[in-house]
Ligand binder design. Structure first.
Ligand SMILES: NC(=O)c1ccc[n+]([C@@H]2O[C@H](COP(=O)([O-])OP(=O)(O)OC[C@H]3O[C@@H](n4cnc5c(N)ncnc54)[C@H](O)[C@@H]3O)[C@@H](O)[C@H]2O)c1
Length: 273
């Protein structure tokens, strides 16, 4: 019997790191509401000023929480500067990280993959847990086979630490893969040479594909993205909006449940659907 099967009746011992943040609070509520999950540990740097009313302690130190609670899976919604060390710590404690925090570099992903494989554990890195966003990325990949011109606009609240968003980067990777398969890997090849009156006017440009990504940061936004495809006489716009952080929770709970049955690195929710 594998680890996943042995959990047919047992609840999955689940922890949350970053439990006092915007996403962490939603995850705590979602785990508590899911009959297959048991909330055994919560950690947050701001534990001393916690207003969460739980029947388990909230710990300021992830290491202390892992030692006490011994979770099988730990969801991380913290900060791009913290997430790599957190994920390493979770794996070392025999716990499977489910990472929602964005900003991990390809090198860090590779190191986490190696560590998870060596320990016979899984590490799930999911830049966007919303089903609609996953479908938007899939449709963008499909459209990229046929359109040579496209740009990405991602829009988030003004407290977001990293830019471009993890969703924009994974979308770009998928679109680039599709253009390569179409035999012409560069977007906007016939665009004229531009003069930028101000630096950054055209967003950031992906080195190999020339794909432009524009990042908008405004209070009032949650997480939104448009992928716009242009061709003579027509425009195709794909847009996804997360208006509420609840949009991410079914994906988070799904990832926690899948984490026990797999080994190595999973990148992106579409790998789990
Ligand atoms: N994958 C997705 O679907 C998705 C969706 C929304 C946001 N995000 C990402 O999730 C991350 C968190 O977003 P947020 O809006 O919840 O941030 P936030 O700033 O509201 O919350 C982060 C929390 O983590 C805590 N924290 C930071 N480092 C810690 C550490 N090492 N140990 C313990 N606690 C720590 C902070 O005290 C804070 O309470 C960001 O990277 C954001 O881009 C991902």
């Amino acid at each position: 019997m594998n680890a996943a099967e042995s959990h047919n009746t047992q609840k999955i011992r689940t922890a949350v790191c970053g439990a006092l943040g915007r996403m962490g609070r939603e995850v705590v509520a979602a785990v508590l509401a899911d009959p297959q999950l048991e909330l055994v540990g919560v950690a947050d740097f701001n534990a001393a000023s916690s207003d969460l009313h739980l029947n388990i302690p909230i710990e300021a130190s992830l290491a202390d929480m892992l030692t006490r609670a011994k979770p099988e899976v730990c969801v991380d919604f913290t900060h791009p500067s913290e997430v790599f060390a957190n994920a390493e710590m979770m794996l070392s404690a025999g716990c499977r990280p489910v990472i929602g925090t964005t900003g991990l570099t390809p090198e860090q992903l590779s190191l986490l993959e190696q560590k998870a494989e060596a320990l016979n554990l899984s590490v799930l890195v999911i830049p966007n847990f919303a089903l609609g966003a996953v479908l938007m990325m899939k449709f963008a990949e499909m459209a990229s086979q046929y359109f040579e011109h496209a740009e990405i606009i991602e829009l988030h609240h003004n407290q977001k630490a990293d830019a471009p968003s993890g969703t924009a980067l994974i979308t770009a990777e998928k679109m680039e893969k599709a253009r390569k398969m179409a035999g012409q890997p560069v977007f906007g090849l016939d665009n004229i040479q531009e003069t930028h009156v101000q630096a950054g006017a055209r967003g950031t440009v992906r080195e190999d594909s020339g794909l432009h990504i524009h990042s908008v940061r405004l209070p009032g936004l949650v997480a939104h993205q448009e992928v716009i495809f242009g061709a003579p006489g027509q425009l195709l716009t794909l847009r996804h909006d997360s208006f509420d952080r609840k949009s991410f929770m079914p994906g988070v709970c799904l990832a926690v449940k899948k984490a026990l049955g797999i080994k190595g690195l999973i990148y992106g929710l579409d790998s789990l659907l």
